[in-house]
Design a protein around this ligand. Structure first.
Ligand code: AMP
Ligand code: ZN
Length: 137
């Protein structure tokens, strides 16, 4: 499979592994939104968050939490964003599951554009129902 993250995992593309556990490894993003931008990548090749089996979810989350703590201390972060893009429309460019941990500081000029929409009461009810019915299935 022609997958950059599988190649990094297998040592076919040289890279510095910051951390690894049973199910995940962490590297620095080569095109960081801020210095210290880390990717926590599943060891197994899953396309995106929907493919992650429950059995691996806890250790993946632990890796994210551990790296986030270390980053906060090491780089004196004021905050960070944890993001996983799913699908091209959402900005996913590598189709092997990963979380981004993006360091944040006051006035760092990073903007996650949030265009706010407004529900009518009826729309809120309808959207809630639609999703809730699927969850109950
Ligand atoms: P996404 O667009 O959410 O799929 O994220 C993919 C990320 O992988 C981007 O932020 C890239 O900068 C990063 N990236 C691509 N190739 C490499 C690489 N060889 N080493 C580290 N990060 C990479
Ligand atoms: Zn892969």
């Amino acid at each position: 499979m022609n997958c950059i993250f599988c190649k990094i995992r297998d040592g076919e593309i040289p890279s510095k592994i910051l951390y690894e556990n049973e199910v995940a490894f962490a590297i620095l993003d080569i095109n960081p939104m801020n210095f210290g931008h880390v990717l926590v990548i599943s060891k197994n090749h899953y396309k995106d968050i929907l493919e992650i089996p429950k059995s691996e979810a806890a250790d993946l989350f632990s890796a994210v939490q551990l790296i986030s703590k270390s980053l906060t201390e090491a780089l004196n972060l004021e905050g960070f964003n944890v993001i996983s893009n799913k699908g091209e429309i959402a900005g996913q460019s590598i189709f092997h599951f990963h979380f981004h941990i993006i360091p944040r500081y006051k006035n760092d000029n990073i903007n996650f554009v949030r265009s706010l929409k407004k529900y009518t009461d009826q729309e809120f009810q309808e959207v809630f129902q639609k999703i809730n019915q699927h969850i109950k299935k």
